[in-house]
Design a protein around this ligand. Structure first.
Ligand code: FES
Length: 505
């Protein structure tokens, strides 16, 4: 990625721009209010509408455009190297429930595509988790065994259709890939046809957990609802302090057409080299669209341009016919105990629910969450409610190392980032930003292409860590819990809900 090259935006957004839904301008009463219109929120709303509930979806930006609009879009129950770990931490029954819940989500999504006749490039595919290092082959063999014992059709193989040798791979058949926006835009349309309401550009700022609940927005209107679902990726209402259990992870994507002959005909991921994930999508007669994801990192740390360069080099080395036309980035939340948090918002919650922590597996996870939350709200039993219950969150011995590591990292940023030396503002080139000290204050200063300086407070409005500049994406990022802000301070991604305050410079 050259000095001036920037991210180009998501291919999914470019090829399925969709229409707009109106902002909410009048008070509203519904059975269920869903905050957030990614795959988890829209799936929950759709399931509830199908069950006869009146539903309103409230989205601060555009539907299926944030994390869901930037995903790799694999719909699979094979989640890298999770089953051996789950077997050890959650027991065999926990691993079985996880496999069943995710497999049923894959099957359910396929059934929805069929039922609604959605044209979303749904393609059945085999999923692989591979390693190239022979020293890790035994780990993959153990993962294949654990996945099989959990109920997946998993086998250990040493041959794949990748254009390089692997030391070993878990192979799981019967999975799928799709165009996430084509799927969700169709789901949204059907939701509205069933009487559901969708409001974009509607930012929720308050949640009163009464009976009924009341949700308030920045424009002063109120939604009254018996039940409320918070599905905003990182929960904007975090009454169980889930932020202590979630670790933000940013990941880069490079993509473009390759000759059809270079299609590896599967969905691949490796934990090696900071993760590499590969899939393709339909493009034109002779070519497939290759999507390569990797280089995960904590938001606000390191050199994102160099990471894009590394990922591009890897992609073009292994797929020499690739013309890179798109670069974008996505963000995931890793729960400290591996399992997503889906269920009641906090221990005392009666009518409020949350879905978060999908660790990069939000397609099957989001569909699973939609079914689980709809079952809980309509009073149905679900075998895996306990597995995903956010109220399980008590520091247990087995989670302690990961929990403590997450907290130590946050504390390190909170203190250490304040000790960083401040560069002189004059040295800032166009298109760059830095945190500088001015009159004892830390300011986040950005110089635009015309040379003008723009300053905002560097103190993240979530819990006060200092933001850092991501020069490839031209955004301020908070390393503590992953909030992201535009160069003018506007919130791009939560958990922060307030902008960085403007400052004079
Ligand atoms: Fe929590 Fe910034 S996101 S302090």
């Amino acid at each position: 990625m050259s000095e001036k090259q920037q991210v180009s935006g998501s291919y999914w957004l470019e090829t399925a721009p969709g229409g707009r839904y109106p902002a909410l301008t009048d008070d509203l009463t519904v059975d269920v209010a869903v905050i957030g219109a990614g795959i988890a929120g829209l799936s929950t709303a759709w399931e509830l509408a199908r069950a006869g509930r009146s539903v309103a979806v409230l989205e601060a930006g555009r539907i299926a455009a944030s994390v869901t609009g930037h995903t790799t879009a694999k719909v699979t129950a094979l989640h890298s190297m999770i089953y051996d770990k789950l077997r050890r931490t959650r027991g065999e029954e926990g691993a079985r429930l996880y496999a069943r819940s995710q497999s049923e989500a894959v099957e359910h999504a396929a059934a929805v595509v069929e039922e609604l006749g959605i044209d979303c490039d749904w393609e059945p595919r085999t999923a692989y988790t591979y390693v190239c290092d022979p020293g890790r082959a035994e780990d993959v063999r153990a993962e294949a065994r654990a996945a099989r014992e959990a109920g997946l059709p998993a086998t250990f193989v040493t041959e794949t259709a990748l254009p390089f040798p692997v030391a070993g791979a878990v192979e799981v058949t019967g999975q799928a890939q799709f165009h996430p926006r084509k799927y969700l835009l169709a789901l949204a349309e059907d939701l509205v046809a069933r009487g559901g309401r969708i409001h974009e550009d509607t930012t929720v700022v308050g949640l009163d957990e009464g009976e009924p609940c009341r949700v308030s927005t920045t424009s002063g209107v109120t939604v009254t609802a018996r039940d409320v679902v918070v599905a905003t990726h990182y929960p904007v209402f975090d009454r169980a302090l889930l932020f202590t259990r979630l670790s933000p992870r940013r990941e880069l994507v490079v993509a473009g057409p390759v000759p059809a002959g270079q299609d590896p005909h599967g969905m691949y991921i490796t934990p090696d080299e900071g993760t590499r994930s590969v899939r393709t999508a339909p493009y034109d007669g002779d070519r497939r669209f290759l999507v390569v994801t990797g280089e995960h990192f904590t938001p606000g740390t390191g050199d994102t341009r160099a990471r894009f360069d590394r990922l591009t080099a890897w992609a073009t080395e292994h797929f020499p016919g690739l013309t890179v036309t798109h670069r974008w980035a996505t963000q995931d939340n890793d729960p400290t105990d591996t399992v997503p948090l889906v269920g009641p918002l906090h221990p005392g919650a009666r009518h409020t629910y949350v879905a978060t922590g999908f660790a990069g597996w939000g397609m099957s996870g989001g569909v699973m969450a939609g079914r689980l939350l709809a079952a809980q709200i309509t009073g149905e039993e679900c075998a895996w409610s306990g597995l995903y219950d956010p109220r399980r969150l008590r520091p247990q011995v087995r989670e302690a190392p990961s929990f403590l590591k997450t907290q130590a990292k946050v504390a390190g940023h909170f203190v250490g980032d304040r000790l960083r030396p401040s560069p002189p503002v004059e040295s800032l080139p166009p298109g760059e930003g830095a945190v500088v000290r001015v009159d004892g204050q830390r300011l986040a200063v950005y110089r635009d292409e015309e040379g003008s300086l723009h300053a905002v407070s560097a103190r993240c409005t979530h819990l006060g860590c200092l933001v850092a500049f991501n020069s490839a994406e031209r955004a301020w990022e908070c390393p503590c819990h992953g909030s992201r802000f535009a160069t003018d301070g506007k919130v791009v991604q939560g958990p922060a809900t307030d902008p960085l305050e403007r400052r004079d410079i």
